[in-house]
Design a protein around this ligand. Structure first.
Ligand SMILES: C[S@@+](CC[C@H](N)C(=O)[O-])C[C@H]1O[C@@H](n2cnc3c(N)ncnc32)[C@H](O)[C@@H]1O
Length: 429
């Protein structure tokens, strides 16, 4: 397929998502099934246009002066893929599948529009009701932070030090453009690629099956590093999900000591068994029932709450969730976080730590949640992570956001990672 056909396909999918409220992955899959002539490169290019469009779902239509799927598709090519109006006309010339251009492209009036005149949430490409929270969290830099969340994310891997070194994995992936990550000590980064470029399918490789690495955002690796899990410690990963943090912590502990992995959702937890096997991890025990944790009350050195959250920090990877988020979801998540924190606190030994993590940048889920937990549980107080950040990240420590109490914030604009929050809450000894 040429560019025009790919653009038309993406516009069809965007239309389907909008008019039938369809999940992106389903809409893309259905398009592929009903257009079997399209090759894998075509499908990848169409997927890229669709995801890029969803990242900038407000600013493209504003600049085009029309709220249509075509405005989104053309917006992607002109504002994200590096085409100029002239080079785009040339690329689509004679292509009978090329969709009709929005009027502002056809008559050239697009050139006279300036995004700086758009409402702030449109410039930021975030829902209007979230602006106040971004301003509270990022101050003067909020717009740049929001715009960084509207860019493509890199593909990040964590080297499993139980099985391989970073150099060994880098060598094995040398055709992918992989490089050592800037911050995470065992991180590897593969560039996001531009335009129609496909990310390499690294999980289809033998080395992935051998357990040499896991796919994990560098921010998620960094918060796991900040736990500073030590060989021999007794840990609980209370919101273990599929085990991303448990696997990283187990490797940091060199398979020594014990990690108990628990999650209320058995279906989310189940894949951990296969992941642990592949990684050669022997010190993680998965628990399906809360009652299994009874013997560990007041006993554990560290309890990790990687809490359910709105995921605002992951908007680069899942731009569709940006537009589904509403105030009711936020309230529900806050309630779940409060429950998870108070449930998990019971297992921390005196003098031990409760580590609170979210992949959100909203203060209500982070700083405010920590403040209200400490007010309700006066045995706990924030222990600063400033020293840990300096110890682990040395000269790069100034890229982290540390608040006065010593909680840590990561974000695409600051650390080049997903947005994360990390707080160490110490139980009095
Ligand atoms: C952000 S996800 C965890 C991701 C996981 N730690 C990882 O690194 O792959 C949050 C998890 O918390 C679980 N959860 C929600 N409420 C909970 C509670 N009260 N107790 C335990 N787990 C809970 C959810 O089922 C979900 O799997």
């Amino acid at each position: 397929m040429r560019l025009g056909g790919r653009l038309a396909g993406a516009i069809e999918v965007l239309d389907d998502i909008e008019t039938r409220r369809r999940p992106v992955a389903d809409a893309l899959k259905d398009w592929g099934l009903s257009h079997r002539f399209a090759g894998s490169g075509d499908r990848a290019a169409i997927g890229n246009i669709v995801y890029d469009a969803l990242r900038m779902k407000l600013s493209h239509p504003w600049l085009m002066g029309e709220d249509s799927a075509a405005a989104l598709g053309y917006g992607v090519l002109l504002r994200q893929w590096g085409y100029t109006p002239d080079s785009l006309v040339a690329a689509l010339d004679g292509d009978r599948y090329a969709p009709q251009a929005p009027a502002a492209v056809a008559d050239g009036s697009l050139a006279g529009r300036d995004l700086a005149e758009a409402p702030l949430h449109v410039q930021a490409d975030i829902p209007e009701w979230v602006v106040a929270a971004f301003q509270a969290r990022f101050g003067d830099n909020w717009l740049a932070e929001a715009q960084a969340l509207a860019t493509r994310a890199t593909l990040d891997l964590r080297v499993n030090t139980l099985k391989a070194s970073r150099d060994k994995v880098l060598k094995a992936l040398d055709e992918t453009g992989a490089e050592a990550a800037d911050l995470a000590q065992n991180g590897i980064r593969i560039p996001a690629g531009e335009g129609p470029a496909r990310l390499p399918n690294v999980t289809a490789s033998i080395n992935f099956e051998k357990g040499w690495f896991e796919v994990q955002d560098e921010g998620s690796q960094i918060v796991a590093d900040l736990v500073e899990a030590k060989a021999g410690e007794q840990l609980l990963d209370f919101c273990a999900g599929g085990g991303g943090k448990s696997l990283a912590l187990a490797a940091a502990m060199a398979n020594k000591g014990q990690i108990h992995a628990y999650d209320t959702d058995r279906k989310r937890l189940a894949p951990i068994i296969e992941r642990l096997r592949r990684a050669g991890t022997h010190n993680v025990q998965a628990h399906e029932r809360l009652a299994d944790l009874e013997p560990f009350k007041d006993k554990l050195d560290k309890v990790i709450v990687d809490a359910p959250c709105t995921g605002t920090g992951t908007w680069r990877r899942r731009p569709d969730t940006k537009w589904r988020l509403n105030e009711r979801n936020l309230e529900e998540r806050i309630k779940q976080q409060t429950e998870a924190l108070s449930g998990a606190a019971a297992y921390v030994r005196p003098g031990g730590d409760l580590l609170y993590i979210t992949c959100s940048v909203l203060p209500d889920e982070n700083e405010a949640q920590v403040a209200s937990f400490c007010a309700d549980n006066p045995e706990f107080s924030v222990a600063s992570s400033a020293d840990a950040v300096a110890r682990l990240f040395g000269a790069s420590a100034d890229r982290f956001r540390l608040d006065a109490a010593g909680t840590v914030g990561l974000s695409p604009a600051l650390t080049g990672t997903d947005g994360f929050f990390f707080a160490r809450l110490r139980r009095a000894g």
